[in-house]
Design a protein around this ligand. Structure first.
Ligand code: BGC
Length: 522
């Protein structure tokens, strides 16, 4: 088949095979990638709000934040070096997401995961033992070696799940990865809360060092688990791939699935220029989504809360312990609200969740911004805030986090993973991951300075973006619920705007009518 045609096979794939222990274990190990991702998101903010950590590594920030409430509170934590500690991980992840597909293609998933696990282990050791800022940042950049695993994990897990899952369960299974991220963040919040009170002020070492736990799971897991059939075929081990398929599906009847995997691999190899392919006019809708969805996900401002909740709470006058406790509360809301998404995404569909979530986030952000404005004005000087006032702010932050957790959080990964036809899938997914990491980095790096300059207006700034992205979804994002992944091109073709980019000749389908019916019925 010419690589210039969009491939369409009719019908959802239902290969024989049972859920086996092996598949279960694979999912467990793959999920520990989500745990690491989450743990790293959640851990640094709590650590940077600990006095013992700040006074040791960032003494000027420490003095600044100890100043009394007659000074500008918005600028308490304004330090580029401090934010570099959080953001450095994402620069590394950005680079790694470009390298990820090449590395796994050459070495296979097993050894890639092993090397990733080991470097992760090293990084947490360097961080836990840090004696200066350089070691802290190097520890985060363990990343430079290790987070290409991040790239591999983040890039391939949602894709893998979307390809393997039957269309009707795709959303639910895919969000399992996001659930792991939220559990990782929550674990980090909880651990920070516990370690902050360790006498002697070395609790932060425990927080940073404990990243070793998911790293050990990955390292050991990768030794126990054999390579995936896809990866074996890609590297030319055909017989081994067949044997593996029989083993994981626990059936001899693997010919059809094997054929599909070989076809997919041949197709992927025949594409000389996956990167220029995606630039062709007929892929414009997917290219736009691959860039806009992850950018919008980050422009919701979620990581202001996920990274910096304890710092933010301290900024608005909470004590150290209350700040960390509030982060635990928003962390648990994040986990539970993700279940709402799991339960509804394949029934209500993606669009309804996006639109509802967007509206709820908007209202919450406007309220939080206004409550902070009323208390701190533009000077940033505040008299003490009452407990009730502070609790209301935390409550609205939780409304905001909940809305994100059932909309842009999981859908920001799910939707891009289900919209690309095979011939541009890996390029498309790489773009999504890279753009996500780029924006995560930017927000992690500039937030504390932006807060210092834009003050409460920073919440209005993100609210403005939420308006833009919600209108964008309403007008430009077609519903993809229950559509078999191979037939998604027809969804674009039918769309009032994107349809213009796809000509009839671009669709190559054995049984177009059957496919159309499937979509209309969905
Ligand atoms: C986002 C992260 C975010 C997390 C919060 C993920 O989907 O990509 O940046 O911190 O959700 O739960």
């Amino acid at each position: 088949m010419a690589s210039g045609t969009i491939v369409l096979t009719s019908g959802a794939k239902e290969h024989p095979g049972k859920m086996t222990l092996f598949v279960f274990l694979t999912c467990l190990v793959a999920s520990s990638g989500g745990l690491i991702f989450g743990y790293d998101i959640g851990i640094s903010g709590g650590v940077t709000s600990m006095d013992s950590f700040l006074s040791r590594f960032f003494p000027s920030v420490y003095r600044q934040q100890m100043a009394d409430s007659s000074t500008n509170q918005y600028c308490k934590f304004d330090s580029q070096l401090l934010t570099l500690f959080t953001s450095s991980l994402y620069v590394a992840a950005l680079i790694s997401s470009f390298l990820a597909s090449t590395v796994t293609r050459v070495f296979g998933r097993k050894w890639s995961m092993f090397a990733g696990g080991i470097t992760f282990l090293l990084g947490s050791a360097i961080n836990g033992a840090a004696v200066n800022v350089l070691m802290l940042i190097l520890g985060r950049l363990h990343a430079l070696f290790l987070t290409w695993w991040f790239g591999v994990g983040v890039q391939s897990v949602p894709l893998y799940l979307s390809e393997m899952a039957p269309a009707k369960l795709r959303g639910m299974l895919n969000i399992g990865f996001q659930l792991m991220i939220t559990i990782g963040i929550f674990a980090a919040n909880l651990i920070n809360y516990g370690t902050a009170s360790i006498d002697g002020g070395w609790g932060w070492r425990v927080s940073l060092g404990l990243a070793a736990v998911p790293a050990v799971i990955i390292t050991v897991g990768s030794l126990v688990l054999p390579d995936t059939p896809n990866s074996l075929i890609e590297r030319g081990y055909d017989e081994e791939a067949k044997a593996m398929l029989r083993k994981i599906r626990r059936t001899e009847d693997i010919q059809a699935e094997y054929g599909d995997l070989v076809a997919a691999s041949t197709e992927a190899k025949s594409i000389d220029h996956p990167w220029s392919n995606i630039l062709q006019r007929r892929y414009r809708p997917q290219l736009c989504m691959a860039i806009l969805i992850p950018s919008f996900q980050q422009l919701t401002g979620i990581n202001v809360i996920m990274f910096y909740a304890p710092v933010l709470f301290k900024t608005i006058g909470f004590g150290s312990e209350a700040s960390l406790a509030s982060a635990v509360i928003s962390g648990i809301v994040n986990v539970f609200a993700t279940f709402v998404s799991i339960a509804t995404v394949d029934k209500l569909g993606r669009r309804k969740l996006f639109l509802q979530g967007g509206t709820q986030m908007l209202v919450s952000q406007l309220l939080v911004g206004t409550l902070i404005a009323l208390k701190f004005g533009t000077s940033g000087v505040a008299t003490d805030m009452s407990t009730n006032y502070a609790s209301i702010i935390v409550l609205f932050i939780c409304f905001y986090v909940a809305a994100f957790a059932w909309s842009w959080g999981p859908l920001g990964w799910l939707v891009p993973s289900e919209i690309f036809p095979l011939e541009i899938r890996s390029a498309g997914q790489s773009i999504t991951v890279s753009v996500n990491m780029l924006f995560t980095f930017i927000i992690a790096q500039v937030f504390l300075t932006a807060l210092c300059h834009l003050k409460f207006g920073l919440f209005y700034f993100f609210a403005g973006w939420v308006v833009i992205m919600t209108v964008f979804v309403a007008l430009f994002l077609p519903e993809t619920k229950n559509v078999p992944i191979e037939e998604i091109v027809l969804v674009w073709k039918k769309h009032w705007f994107w349809g213009k980019f796809i000509s009839d000749d671009d669709i190559h389908v054995g049984n177009l009518e059957v496919a159309k019916h499937t979509i209309e019925a969905a």
